[in-house]
Design a protein around this ligand. Structure first.
Ligand SMILES: Cc1cc2nc3c(=O)[nH]c(=O)nc-3n(C[C@H](O)[C@H](O)[C@H](O)COP(=O)(O)OP(=O)(O)OC[C@H]3O[C@@H](n4cnc5c(N)ncnc54)[C@H](O)[C@@H]3O)c2cc1C
Length: 392
């Protein structure tokens, strides 16, 4: 793609929807109109630039899979990888990026040094914590509402091949909550996730190791290249089964609030419409690095330690069933907001002005101003976040 191409498209003023790999779950990248697609994993690796000091400049259309493979061969790694590596860097930075290493390193956006952003006039500028800081704060985690991320400069960490892993079974949700909250208060853990699948709660706790070293814990395992386990080299289909839609949502609450958030899900889990359609609950811990940026719309504002609860359903696509599930999600979102948390905007969230104001306060009006100042009225205008920002 010629480099002038996205600038020319955005500068044309035509209605435009931005898309990476298109894996977000609430129609964010669905349109009858024009799509500007950046995802180009096959050609992007040739455009990686190593800048020294562990910094790497990448095109937005590269996949995390391609980037991590490239870095590992050079003794470096991405600090935080998500569960699915064939999404685009630009698309994930536009939502936040959380994974099993977030217990150590926070969100992916916490490790962005700067981004090259194209606005609605076609102007491209580098934005960082010091240059155009407002655009930086709104673009990362901002669903493409303040322009197209064309390139990003990311911080990397030394590559460590092995992870020392313990897998724990929890007999009750209370046990899982207590275990998770205890891990959230420790600062010696490098990997954490927990899940409910087929009625069973399990957690995985891990430590980066420079060489195999088993301990006496009977669940102990040394896992090489953990982020790639079960991961195909090429993109696997992630579409739901025929006739179904994937309704996923994640709530991030401050540490200490997992119990009431999980309780809200538990009271609904065994009743319609969630029973039978809930595929998995997924728990992650996110510890933000010190002196990090308070991004406008990421799933975490300023809380130093948060816990994410993902609710993943596969629902028959008829309007009545999907609407019923969305109503349940709306109730859960209200609870998340009461608990001082935020939703993860890649997922299904029924945002209106009143709720968005409670969640994002002044950022909502600032978003409307930034979009007007940078002629972005026609870019991603269908998003509920944009509609909430524009309605009074
Ligand atoms: C199977 C699966 C597993 C997942 N696991 C995780 C997980 O473990 N952790 C996690 O954090 N997330 C996870 N996600 C969510 C995923 O990170 C988001 O859906 C992410 O947005 C996917 O990137 P994408 O390239 O598909 O983005 P898209 O869906 O294409 O875009 C997402 C949003 O960003 C905008 N956008 C896209 N590219 C750009 C750009 N270059 N500049 C500006 N705006 C842009 C789009 O308009 C849209 O609003 C998972 C999703 C799936 C399907």
């Amino acid at each position: 793609m010629p480099s002038a191409f996205p600038s020319a498209l955005l500068g044309s003023g035509r209605p435009m929807t931005l898309r990476g790999a298109g894996h977000s779950c609430d129609g964010q990248t669905v349109t009858d109109g024009e799509l500007l697609v950046t995802y180009a994993p096959d050609t992007a690796a040739a455009q990686i630039r190593e800048l020294g000091d562990g910094l790497v400049e990448v095109p937005a259309g590269i996949s995390w899979y391609g980037l991590e493979r490239y870095l590992n061969r050079r003794g470096r790694a991405v600090p935080v990888l998500t569960d699915y590596l064939h999404a685009s860097v630009g698309g994930t930075l536009s939502v936040g990026g959380i994974g099993i290493n977030s217990v150590r390193y926070g969100m992916q956006v916490d490790h962005v040094e700067r981004i090259q952003l194209i606005d609605g006039t076609g102007t491209s500028r580098w934005c960082s914590r010091t240059d155009h800081p407002e655009l930086f704060r709104f673009a990362l985690g901002g669903l493409g509402t303040v322009g197209l991320i064309e390139r990003a400069v990311l911080r990397t960490v030394p590559y460590c091949r092995d992870t020392h892993v313990h897998r724990t079974y929890h007999a009750t949700p209370t046990e899982l909550v207590e275990h998770t909250e205890r891990i959230a208060q420790r600062n010696d853990v490098d990997v954490y996730c927990a899940s409910l699948r087929r009625g069973k709660f399990f957690s995985t706790t891990g430590w980066s190791e420079n060489g195999p070293r088993r301990c006496r814990d009977e669940s102990c395992a040394i896992v090489p290249d953990l982020p790639f386990v079960g991961h195909p080299d090429t993109e696997r289909p992630v579409s739901p089964s025929a006739g179904h839609v994937r309704l996923w949502t994640d709530y991030l609450v401050p540490a200490g609030q997992l119990a009431p958030m999980l309780a809200a899900v538990e009271t609904l889990r065994h009743h319609a419409p969630l029973n039978g359609v809930l595929r998995m609950l997924y728990v992650l811990i996110v510890r933000r690095p010190p002196d990090t940026t308070s991004f406008a719309f990421t799933p975490i504002d300023s809380a130093p330690i948060s816990i994410g609860l993902g609710v993943y359903t596969s629902v028959h696509g008829d309007p009545t069933t999907t609407a019923a599930t969305q109503r349940v999600f709306r109730d859960l979102l209200e609870r998340c907001c009461e608990l001082g948390g935020r939703p993860y905007l890649y997922g299904v969230n029924n945002l209106d002005r009143a709720l968005a104001e409670r969640l994002y306060r002044n950022s909502l009006d600032q978003l409307a101003q930034v979009r007007a100042a940078h002629r972005l009225e026609n870019v991603n205008a269908h998003l509920p976040l944009v509609r909430a920002a524009l309605s009074i």
